[in-house]
Write a protein that binds this ligand. Structure first.
Ligand code: FAD
Ligand code: DHB
Length: 391
């Protein structure tokens, strides 16, 4: 089979790329290891920056988001005895949207269905070949067991942190940076109305906690846990007790309402960047090239920002025979990647307890400054609510 762009991975990055390329009349084929049901039900990110929303609007993908998403003008930052509101609209001129990655993935999937996109779910044995030639290709086995060879002008590696694209770049052609953290998150989805109107990021001596949401009827909450924590040692009652303590149940009359837990899991937690984000005709985007710890909600937004740069770069390369944007793709994109790698690291190290009393005092001092100084609060607001997509 022949196509112009072979896209590996039907996560947000791969689906959005196929959508934007189709808008320019460029043909692509998407291959994905998981089933469509699995991809669309996979609970992950939930916060969209305003620049992400603007891009989705411009691509004709914002209709349900505006109808069902929740627009938030800020967040609460708290530590025992104090809760402060940071108003992003006042501080940085824009807010954020609560809209689950599951919903965005479904919207993208439907838009691709309408356009007749070629999408192969359930493939196995994906491999990339001849990346440093003008005739790269991808091989895999389809869900029906048929061996497939996909010849393309370019390959987009949108296959996440564990996909083959990242690994296909030879060690001599890449530099990688990695940071692991001595904790992870336990995340729950609960069928109960959120106990807050906006997200609460809470520092607590027992560990960090975050109160987020998915809708007026569904809450999403996270707890800092040990890196080797076993989900079996966190029965529902223990989770709700820890959330109540860390989020300040009873403080100034605030109450956390528990409810039935629909899903719980322990999330990976690390920073990773690979540069360049291109090798020959293979272009990497989203988690395939970089991973951020979830504090600050940047992973999905970064994936969208990568695609906002990659789609015009591939369009210029394939339609105008101009490689300037494709040649600049990695350097341009990595500026934002490093900004948000720093921001995610900064939010993470400010809010997660390490057990070291000196660290705790520095964190509390930093939190007081961020919450009470306009300069400190504006820095957080700009990074959280979003820099322009091309910055
Ligand atoms: P992905 O969404 O990972 O998509 C990659 C796709 O490639 C997947 O569907 C995968 O199945 C497919 N694939 C992999 N290997 C192959 C192969 N060999 N062949 C074909 N296809 C392949 N971010 C936040 O901001 N907040 C959160 O709360 C949050 N929670 C997260 C929880 C988890 C468990 C994970 C893993 C990530 C979370 N993230 C979160 C990060 C965010 O979800 C990602 O940054 C985002 O999904 C990146 O999109 P992507 O399209 O680049 O990669
Ligand atoms: C969510 C996840 C985050 O990592 C975050 O910082 C805020 C919200 C969420 O899943 O809702």
């Amino acid at each position: 089979m022949r196509t112009e762009v072979a896209i590996i991975g039907a996560g947000p990055a791969g689906l959005l790329l196929s959508h934007l390329l189709a808008g320019e009349g460029i043909d692509s084929v998407v291959i994905e290891t998981r089933s469509r049901e699995y991809v669309e039900a996979r609970i992950r990110a939930g916060i969209l920056e305003s620049s992400t929303v603007a891009l989705l609007d411009a691509a004709g993908l914002g209709e349900r988001l505006h109808r069902e998403g929740l627009e938030h003008r800020g967040i609460y930052l708290q530590w025992p005895g104090e809760r402060h509101h940071l108003d992003f609209l006042d501080l940085a001129g824009c807010g954020v949207w609560v809209y689950g990655q599951t919903e965005l993935t479904k919207d993208l999937g439907r838009a691709r269905d309408v356009a007749g996109q070629q999408l192969y779910y359930g493939v196995t044995g994906t491999a990339v070949h001849d990346l440093d030639t003008d005739h790269p290709y991808v091989t895999c086995r389809t869900a029906d067991g048929i061996e497939m060879r996909l010849d393309a002008e370019a390959i987009a590696g949108c296959d996440g942190a564990l996909g083959p694209s990242r690994a296909a770049v030879p060690g001599t052609a890449k530099t990688t940076w990695e940071r692991t953290y001595p904790y992870r998150w336990l995340g729950i989805l609960a069928d109960v109305a959120p106990s807050t109107d906006q997200l609460i990021y809470a520092w607590h001596p027992d560990g960090f906690a975050l109160h987020s949401m998915r809708s007026p009827a569904v809450s999403r909450l996270y707890l800092q846990v040990e890196p080797d924590a076993d989900i079996a040692s966190w029965p529902d009652d223990r989770i709700w007790d820890a959330l109540a303590t860390r989020l300040g149940h009873g403080q100034d009359g605030w109450a956390l309402t528990p409810g039935p837990i629909a899903e719980k899991s322990i999330l990976p937690f690390r920073s990773y960047v690979m540069a360049p984000m291109r090798y020959g005709r293979l272009f990497l985007a989203g988690d395939a090239a970089h991973t951020v710890p979830p504090t600050g909600a940047k992973g999905l937004n970064l994936a969208v920002a990568d695609i906002a740069a990659l789609a015009p770069a591939l369009t210029a390369m394939l339609r105008k025979n101009s490689t300037a944007l494709a040649d600049a793709y990695s350097a341009t994109t990595l500026r934002r990647v490093w900004r948000y790698t720093h921001f995610s690291w900064w939010m993470t190290t400010m809010l997660h307890t390490t057990g070291d009393p000196f660290d705790a005092q520095l964190q509390l001092s930093q939190l007081r400054w961020v919450a009470t100084s306009t300069a400190g609060a504006t820095g957080l607001a700009e990074n959280y609510a979003g820099l322009p997509v091309d910055s």
